[in-house]
Design a protein around this ligand. Structure first.
Ligand code: NAD
Ligand code: DAU
Length: 355
């Protein structure tokens, strides 16, 4: 049995990783999560009672605590998903992004290095530090042509992506300098169940259900490359267990859509699954609002390295994944209602305009 320590396991992607790993009796899972506004233990309810699952509330930046946790649980793999993840919040207040994404990752690397160095040789062979990152570190692509590969130069635009780029560089430096066995992955936009409703897809689903405006930044022409979260979780486990140390892997769903296409797609599915009164379409709620400052135009991932080396490919198309996601939100009000009432009510974030 191998022990996998997942930081940020109460978040959107981390909880999907935990639900996947904990279903396998060959692994045990230890989550370390600070439970910020974005973390929710209810996302871990499906696995919380499993014998192979442990939850610890702590901060990756708390080095003594992290060292104790590593000594006590003796993980074979650390998957670092703990982060501040929302671009708009990084525009309003970058300091938590610097604290967690950069300083927190540095601190976790140091605790991991101490832990790694005292492992016996056979366990050193198996040990991996997997840092989970984003395609946003590469900056933006033009509307026509080109995809991000593992060789694309870093050119982050937002405080969020700059903080993630810094953490990627630290992780690579800890490998080159100290020999820490790391793997790194850079993924495109995820969507799916348990997604915090500040992000475009869940925000639009819940605003539509509440008959509120569906805010589209600028003209809606910006392009994102969408991946269903369970497909990402499978990719992450493959990379953590079988990726080559010192390597980075790009992960993406080959599903580029403009933001307007995404929002209109959600409206079409909702028109069918939950028709509005008076035969109106949810499209009538679409509202074009002020653009995000520094809004990257287009992201697109070339995932041929992970497909070729590890045989991973997505199982969902954007259409099948979007329908599953909308179904899930319609059926899981008990998950999102407390969040909409207490943590985030759907207000605009990251606009520098004074209102
Ligand atoms: P999320 O915001 O849903 O979850 C982040 C989790 O980290 C939360 O549970 C939060 O409580 C926890 N956390 C925050 N600060 C912490 C700290 N200092 N110590 C311990 N825990 C802390 O984020 P997500 O969307 O699940 O993203 C997870 C990771 O994947 C991030 O590193 C993000 O950069 C990366 N990523 C996300 C996407 C995406 O589309 N969501 C795509 C590519 C990469
Ligand atoms: O590319 C990977 C990244 O994807 C991850 O690293 C981030 O953690 C994740 O949050 C996501 O970043 P984005 O900024 O792309 O996601 P968001 O859902 O905030 O926005 C998606 C697109 O939709 C983006 O072009 C901005 C636009 N948008 C967003 C919101 C919240 C709108 O048009 N209206 C909105 O209300």
């Amino acid at each position: 049995m191998s022990c996998i320590l997942v930081t940020g396991g109460a978040g959107f992607i981390g909880s999907a990783v935990c639900r996947l790993i904990s279903s396998d009796d060959n692994h045990s899972v230890v989550v370390v999560d600070k439970l910020t506004y974005a973390g929710s233990t209810s996302s871990l309810e499906p696995v919380a009672g499993n014998a192979n699952f442990t939850f610890i509330r702590d901060d990756i930046g708390n080095r003594p605590a992290m060292s104790n946790i590593l000594q006590e649980h003796q993980p074979d793999v650390i998957m670092n998903l703990a982060a501040e993840s929302h671009v708009d919040r990084s525009i309003d207040g970058p300091s938590e992004f610097i604290n967690t994404n950069i300083v927190g990752t540095f601190s976790l690397l140091e605790a991991s290095r101490d832990y790694f160095e005292q492992l016996p040789d056979d366990r050193k062979e198996r040990f991996r530090f997997h840092h989970i990152s984003t395609d946003e570190v590469f900056g933006q692509l033009p509307l026509e042509g080109g995809k991000f590969t593992e060789e694309t130069a870093y050119a982050p635009s937002s405080p969020y992506s700059a903080s993630k780029a810094a953490s990627d560089h630290l992780v690579m430096a800890w490998h080159h300098t100290y020999g820490l066995p790391i793997v790194l992955s850079n993924c495109s936009n995820n969507y799916g169940p348990y997604h915090f409703p500040e992000k475009l897809i869940p925000l639009v689903i819940l605003n539509a259900v509440h008959e509120k405006e569906l805010p589209v930044y600028g003209t809606g022409a910006n392009v994102r490359d969408w991946l269903y979260v369970d497909d990402h979780a499978r990719a992450l486990v493959e990379i953590a267990l079988r990726g080559r140390t010192g390597q980075s892997y790009n992960v993406g769903g080959d599903a580029e859509r403009t933001n307007l296409q995404v929002v209109e797609g959600i409206c079409s599915i909702l028109d069918r699954l939950k028709p509005r009164k008076g035969n109106k379409s949810y499209r009538d709620l679409i509202t074009f609002v002020a653009d995000r400052p520094g809004h990257d135009l287009r992201y697109a991932i070339d995932a041929s390295k992970i497909t070729g080396e590890l045989g991973w490919r997505p199982l969902e198309t954007f259409e099948s994944g979007l329908e599953k996601t909308i179904d899930w939100y319609l059926e899981n009000k008990s998950w999102w209602q407390p969040i909409r009432e207490n943590n985030y009510r759907g207000q605009r974030l990251g606009s520098l305009e004074k209102v």
